[in-house]
Write a protein that binds this ligand. Sequence first.
Ligand code: GRF
Length: 199
Amino acid sequence: MSKLAILASHGGSILQTVVDACEAGTLAAEVVLVISNNSDSHALARARDHGIKTLHLSASTHPEPELLDRAIRCAFDQANVDWVVLAGYMKRLGKETLSAYPHRIINTHPALLPKYGGKGYFGRSVHQAVMDAGDTESGATVHFVTGDYDTGPIVSQVRVPVKPQDTVESLEERVKTAERKLIVSSLTELVGCKEAAGY
Ligand code: GRF
């Protein structure tokens, strides 16, 4: 059974979807660790409710960026994680962690990358930008994580329409509904590939 770590900063609804899929057996994996940079995040509370090990690791627990990077990498090592999911995690991972887990860390983003990605594109600002540009479709992207925000090889995407009567909130909800299915299907594929290849 593949072991997952999830990093999240705020609400944790994507985290919740992954935990539920694991518990329901639709995803052959177990969430063994949740890390947040925000000690008050709902994401941590959700994980605790499910008996999942949680850690608050941030610039307040580790003011030196290199030591924070090491702490995150060591937490993954100790939990023997196979895959890491960034689900609304608002920080960049450090070099040590990235190089210790090549092609093992994925991020989910609420837009059709490479459009509307990078610094400043998070939460509702993404959907506002899509609407301001007059786009008729948006979507979500799951991609492998590199050193920069929202870059790295794309694993999968899903498209949704932008409707004339949409508000930022209604578009966000449509994208998030699709994004929840996308993260589970992406993980199912990645976990399945790993098991089939026997590594
Ligand atoms: C998701 O839309 C994700 O793509 C983005 O942040 C959002 C997280 O939402 N990076 P939640 O905290 O899981 O509700």
